[in-house]
Design a protein around this ligand. Sequence first.
Ligand code: X90
Length: 275
Amino acid sequence: MYKIVADSSCDMNDFPGIPFETVPLTLSTDEKSFVDSPGLNVKEVLDYLYAHHGRSYTACPSTQSWLDSFEGADEIYVVTITSGLSGTYASAGVARDQYLSEHPEVKICIVDSLSTGPGCVLLIEKIAELKAAGKSFEEISKEIVQYQKSLKLYFGLQSLHNLAAGGRVPKLVASAIGIMNIRILGTASPEGTIAPIAKCRGDKRVLEKIVEEIKACGYHGGKIRICHVENLALANEIVSKIKEFFGDIDVSIIPARGLCSYYAERGGIILGCER
Ligand code: X90
């Protein structure tokens, strides 16, 4: 039996018809910890964190939580948040080595998304598609790396506070964002780190700029997945604008789970597309 496992940065809890499970990261302050499991009330956690004055931080899934997720399958595909910003990919690797030493007959492929949220969603859907097409473990392991390279990720954020506090963007890049209605538009670099593209004043400008970038990157009407942090309006506007140019495309919009909500922050959106 095959199974796809992703960490909670993928923003989905399940995919109809796909054997799928997520393994949670955690969000913490010095007083409280929140496990980013499917039942997490993201709005309440954000309310708590915005009201909290001390430090907050995140942690990648434990080896044990990966090991538990591997149980019961003999062909396992793991999709993780970018190794450029998180230890999640490494922790999955530790779990794989341990699991394989106890279950040498099992096959485990770990895919470094070099992305997050919607980028992971596209990878998960692709693995399931390749599997449904009857491809072997070896073929899927190879093809998914090529597919990853064909994907693009863009994001529009209203604050970089948590990313900067965690050392994931330089404090200098973060400084002007969040005041005077300034947002940042960025992309995932090929190494899976944050590459700022432009500062934008207001969501309308984010919308225009993101659509410009998508058109310029070689997008030709492929799949698009968008996750948002309490900003369905912007996600919907982006979709209508893209449809004006590319017609009826395969697109879906999902609310971010805990991890992406914490880093993309309120108002943030993240878009993944095929090229
Ligand atoms: O504690 C951990 O190991 C998790 C650390 C995750 C850090 C980054 C999460 C980013 C989420 C922000 C915008 C998208 C940027 C993606 C660039 C690859 C969302």
